[in-house]
Unconditional design. Structure first.
Length: 156
């Protein structure tokens, strides 16, 4: 029997409990690994995405959250007008990118910061009151009352 490694499915998904959407996302493939990133759980319902965006300025980065997708885009501006740079070695990869993250319905982006070449995006899980677990009181007479109520409705 084959065993399946689901670790790649969890790399860019936050707050998912629905495996069908994870599998759908994984079948699209994600060959590009630039820029590198971390996804951290920093609290009970709080997450942080940290992306290594060395060489980019705040103006060259854009974050968009729309329809359960978080899109981080980097547009590399190669020098200003009249500025020419000659590299003998270029080890800092500064190229345009677009990174997408699937977000669960309960995940909301709360903010972002940029410091020391790291772009940090804060996320929080907000579960609506009607989806939270609740305790049901057990009453010894409830089953018969419920059955009688259903029978009365069907007879009417």
């Amino acid at each position: 029997m084959r065993s399946f490694d689901f670790a790649p499915l969890l790399r860019s998904s936050i707050g998912f409990e629905n495996l069908n959407r994870l599998v759908d996302f994984a079948t699209r493939g994600e060959a590009e690994a630039y820029p590198p990133y971390n996804i951290e759980k920093v609290g009970e319902d709080a997450y942080r995405i940290s992306m290594a965006t060395a060489g980019f300025t705040r103006d060259e980065l854009e974050i968009t959250a729309q329809d359960n997708v978080l899109i981080v885009t980097g547009r590399a501006n190669e020098g200003g007008e009249g500025e020419t740079r000659e590299f003998l070695h270029r080890g800092i990869a500064k190229r345009a990118f677009e990174r997408r993250f699937q977000l669960a319905d309960t995940i909301r982006v709360t903010g972002a910061g940029y410091n020391d070449g790291l772009l940090d995006i804060q996320l929080v899980r907000e579960v609506p009151e009607h989806k939270k677990p609740r305790n049901i009181q057990i009453d010894s007479s409830a089953p018969q009352q419920t059955i009688d109520a259903v029978n009365d409705r069907q007879a009417a």
